[in-house]
Design a protein around this ligand. Structure first.
Ligand code: PMP
Length: 344
C-alpha cells in the first residue's frame, strides 16, 4: 500500500476542519448552554446532535467487535461512498476502478466528483475478475470498489479472492457489505486490523430495517476513519437518527433475517419451476436476480398485479434480468402467482 500521506489529496492533508461549539466543550458540569446559538426553549430537538455520535458508536463497536475509533457514521452509505472520492481523488487526475454490474452510486459519486471510473465486467456467473481489476489500475488509481454480496447480482465473492485484491492493490479498497447479514460467510470486519487500506461499508437500511433513518457505517483503520470524520458535515447524523438507531440496536434481528433467508430459498425453488424464468441466480442477499426471455413484459405484468420489482434488463451484464427483493411470505406469494401465470 502507498502511504496514507501519498494517497490523500494535498488539500485534505492540509485541511483545518470546522470546529463546532460542541467540539470545544471539554466536559464539566454545564447547566447553561450558551455556546451554540441554539434556541433555549426545550422541545426535545432544540440542541445540536453530538457531532461525533459517541453513544451510538459505543453501541455499534460492541455489536460489531471493532474499536469506536474505527467507525465512521454517514447519512446513509451514500455519504460514506462520496467521501473517499473527496479525500483521496484529485478531480480530473485520479481514477477509480470497480466491478460491473454493481451498485450504481459508486459511479454517480465518481461522476459528481469528476473522477474517471473504470468498470471491469464480472466473469462467467458473475465471478470476481481479480486479475482484470488489477490490470485496470495504474499509478493514478486511488480507489477500488467491491460489493459483496453484490447488488444486483446477489452473489458474495470468495474471501480469498477479495483478500488477494486488497493485498495486491496499493490504494484504498472499499468493500461494500450492505447485504452481509444475509450471507453465509462473515465478511471482513473481524479481520479489519489486517488491512490498513480497507474500508468496509455496512448499513442500517437492510437487515436492520432502518432505511428511513438514513444511517450508513464505514469501518476502517483509525487514521482513515479520522480522515472521514474531518471531511464530513459537522452534524451529519441528526438527533432523531442517532436516538432511533441507538434504541433499535437492542432489537434482535436474527429471527427476521432467518425468515428472509428461508423465504429466499423458497422463492429460488419456486421461481426455478416457472416457465417464464430461464435462470434464478444464487443469492447471498435479500433479493434474487432472475433471467427471463420477456423482462419488460413480465415487469409490466407484475406492476399490473400491484407488485413492483427492479427491471435490470437494460443494465450491461444483466440483460434479460429482473431483481426481486424478498418480502414477507404473503408478498412473495403474490409476486410468485403472477410469475407462475405469465406466458413468455
Ligand atoms: N450499498 C449497496 C450495495 C446497496 O445496494 C445500497 C442500497 N440499495 C446501499 C449501499 C445504500 O445504502 P444506504 O441506504 O445506507 O444509503
Amino acid at each position: 500500500m502507498r502511504s496514507l500521506d501519498e494517497l490523500v489529496r494535498p488539500n485534505i492533508r492540509a485541511l483545518k476542519p470546522y470546529s463546532t461549539a460542541r467540539d470545544e466543550y471539554a466536559g464539566g458540569a454545564i447547566s447553561t448552554w450558551l455556546d451554540a446559538n441554539e434556541n433555549p426553549y426545550d422541545n426535545g430537538m432544540n440542541r445540536y446532535p453530538d457531532p461525533h455520535q459517541r453513544e451510538l458508536k459505543r453501541r455499534i463497536a460492541r455489536l460489531k467487535g471493532v474499536r469506536e475509533g474505527q467507525i465512521f457514521l454517514g447519512n446513509g452509505s451514500d455519504e460514506a461512498i462520496d467521501l473517499p472520492y473527496r479525500i483521496f481523488c484529485s478531480p480530473g487526475r485520479d481514477n477509480a476502478v470497480s466491478i460491473a454490474p454493481t451498485y450504481g452510486m459508486y459511479r454517480v459519486a465518481a461522476d459528481i466528483n469528476d473522477i474517471e471510473m473504470r468498470e471491469v465486467p464480472l466473469g462467467d456467473d458473475f465471478a470476481l475478475p481479480v486479475d482484470a481489476l488489477l490490470a485496470a489500475c495504474d499509478e493514478h488509481t486511488k480507489l477500488l470498489w467491491l460489493c459483496s454480496p453484490n447488488n444486483p447480482t446477489g452473489n458474495a465473492f470468495p474471501a480469498a479472492e477479495i483478500e488477494r485484491l486488497v493485498r495486491a492493490f496499493d490504494g484504498m479498497v472499499i468493500l461494500d457489505e450492505a447485504y452481509i447479514d444475509f450471507a453465509s460467510e462473515p465478511g471482513f470486519l473481524p479481520r479489519l486490523d489486517e488491512f490498513p487500506n480497507l474500508i468496509v461499508l455496512q448499513t442500517f437500511s437492510k437487515a436492520w430495517g432502518m432505511a428511513g433513518v438514513r444511517l450508513g457505517m464505514a469501518f476502517a483503520s483509525e487514521p482513515v476513519a479520522k480522515l472521514m470524520a474531518r471531511v464530513k458535515y459537522p452534524y451529519n447524523i441528526n438527533c432523531l437518527a442517532q436516538a432511533t438507531a441507538a434504541e433499535r440496536l437492542a432489537f434482535d434481528i436474527t429471527p427476521q433475517v432467518a425468515e428472509l433467508r428461508s423465504e429466499r430459498s423458497r422463492m429460488i425453488e419456486a421461481l426455478a419451476t416457472c416457465r417464464a424464468i430461464e435462470r434464478v441466480y444464487p443469492s447471498d442477499a435479500n433479493f434474487l436476480l432472475v433471467r427471463t426471455p420477456a423482462p419488460d413484459r413480465l415487469y409490466n405484468a407484475l406492476i399490473e398485479a400491484g407488485v413492483i420489482v427492479r427491471n435490470r434488463s437494460h443494465v450491461r451484464g444483466c440483460e434479460g434480468c429482473l431483481r426481486i427483493t424478498i418480502g414477507r411470505p404473503e408478498e412473495n406469494d403474490r409476486m410468485l402467482r403472477t410469475v407462475q401465470d405469465f406466458r413468455p
